[in-house]
Ligand binder design. Structure first.
Ligand code: GUN
Ligand code: FE
Length: 452
């Protein structure tokens, strides 16, 4: 449980795409539920009353060389695949899935103690990386997903847990036996996952179930339609993979005689509660369809570099107003660090722009800036999940990380940051060169879960 606290110092957040706010000499107070109750300049007249009534409340003054930032949101991560993070990335997607991804999932479904070890380690690594909320793909088996949910709830991380639904697969040992039994198991998992937190007050419930049709190739039309119905009646979030890779898109065209996006749309799975990973092969009209449906994209630039022959049209998606957050896609991507996803998103956009210029194509620049990536990693991801976190505002849960650049031992590779005027340049330098050494605190719902 959180205890009320007061933080004084510099706060950094992005309330809109491309808008970075650096708020110096600010004060932020939280209550016993971990909700932000005050956020204003320290010399605001209301602050005197707050401070005089704050006896016994924890106070933290952020040293001059540091700042408080919202925690990151990882909008796409396969928790069981953490077992094989960094393996087999030379293979094309459909082969890699069969050789590594499905194998990792089968191993965890067969071995609860291995599952516990992988999920607890993953949760700890995410905290170290400054991630406060994660949209998770699990495995087929209900029990293994309960282990995942319990690991996140215990560590104090927000976890949106997807028991996989897949009633057809190229791998006979890892598939549900029918659409109806798959739907039955999805419903059962929803109840069992909710029961983990049923005795807790609302603000302490950090884990929730998410409907998770793996992707079109492994899901029959009957299963997809059934999941669409459950999502509608239960108001549940949905996650899947959409138009990720050439071999996958071609598979769907060949076997289903349709495009991925149409299959999801017909099943009622393209809604404002839906988050679709990758979307690399979507053209501009399809991006416009996502925008009008309110469907979000989990952009996974590192994994795309390996498995998708094309880069995601990020600039075009942002310009069309599509909601976009960032995902690590463990283990299609090899690192749990969303800072890597931010950098990779910018790098990829610059490569796209270079190619555009070389081809002498008309149109506006395709580059995406570091501040936009910071928005996607925080507020963008929170918005996709329908959370109030991702920025500092009264009434929102306090999900935050403390970055420290001053102490030599905490500075990591940020040499000479103090040669800069303390402003945007400092944040940019941290964005490029910072790492977990600079992260000295993490809070979720006002509760501190990392302290260095
Ligand atoms: N498409 C379907 N399943 C997966 C998966 O596990 N990883 C990736 N990257 N793509 C997928
Ligand atoms: Fe994925």
């Amino acid at each position: 449980m959180a205890s009320p606290a007061i933080f004084v110092g510099t706060f950094v957040h992005c309330t809109r795409l491309n808008e970075l706010q650096i708020l110096k000499n600010y004060i932020l107070a939280t209550d016993e539920k971990g909700t932000i109750t005050t956020f204003c300049p320290k010399d605001d007249p209301s602050v005197a009353a707050l401070l005089s009534s704050s006896n016994g409340i924890t106070k933290l003054t952020i040293p001059p060389g540091g700042f408080i930032l919202p925690t990151f949101v990882d909008l796409h991560l396969h928790a069981p695949q953490y077992l094989y993070a960094g393996n087999g990335l030379h293979l094309p997607l459909m082969e890699w899935l069969d050789t590594y991804a499905f194998k990792a999932e089968e191993r965890l479904d067969a071995d609860p103690s291995l599952a516990r070890r992988v999920y607890e380690t993953l949760a700890r690594r995410l905290v170290e990386a400054g991630t406060g909320a994660t949209l998770l793909f699990g495995t087929i088996k209900e029990d293994t997903n309960l282990i995942l949910a319990e690991a996140f709830q215990t560590v104090g991380l927000r976890g949106y847990v997807g028991k996989l639904s897949m009633d057809q697969s190229s791998r006979p040992t890892y598939v549900e036996s029918s659409a109806q039994s798959s739907l039955q198991s999805a419903r059962s998992f929803i109840d069992r996952c909710r029961s983990i937190t049923v005795d807790l007050p609302d603000h302490e419930r950090l884990v929730e179930p998410v409907l998770t049709p793996r992707f079109v190739p492994t899901c029959s039309d009957e299963l997809l339609a059934g999941l669409g119905d459950i999502s509608k009646t239960e108001g549940l979030r949905v996650q899947s993979h959409l138009a990720e890779a050439k071999d996958q898109v071609e598979w769907v065209r060949r076997e289903r005689k349709q495009e991925d996006i149409d299959v999801f749309d017909k099943s009622g799975l393209l809604t404002s509660r839906t988050i679709q990973a990758h979307c690399t092969f979507l053209d501009k009209p399809s991006l416009a369809r996502l925008e009008s449906a309110g469907t979000s994209v989990a952009h996974c630039p590192l994994s795309n570099a390996y498995f998708s022959e094309e880069p995601f049209r990020l600039r075009e998606a942002l310009d069309k107003g599509v909601k976009v957050g960032l995902g690590t896609d463990i283990a299609g991507g090899y690192t749990v660090d969303i800072m890597s996803a931010m950098r990779q998103a910018v790098i990829t956009s610059r490569m796209r722009e270079g190619a555009r210029l070389t081809a002498k194509q008309e149109g506006r620049s395709l580059t995406v800036g570091w501040k936009e990536s910071l928005y996607m990693a925080t507020k963008g991801g929170a918005e996709a999940l329908g959370l109030l976190t991702g920025e500092f505002v009264v009434g929102a849960p306090f999900d935050a990380q403390q970055i420290e650049l001053l102490a030599e031992s905490k500075r990591g590779s940020l040499d000479f940051y103090d040669a800069l005027e303390w402003a945007e340049d400092t944040i940019e330098k941290w964005w490029c060169l910072g790492d977990s050494r600079n992260r000295v605190g993490v809070w979720v719902q006002g509760k501190q879960i990392l302290k260095k």
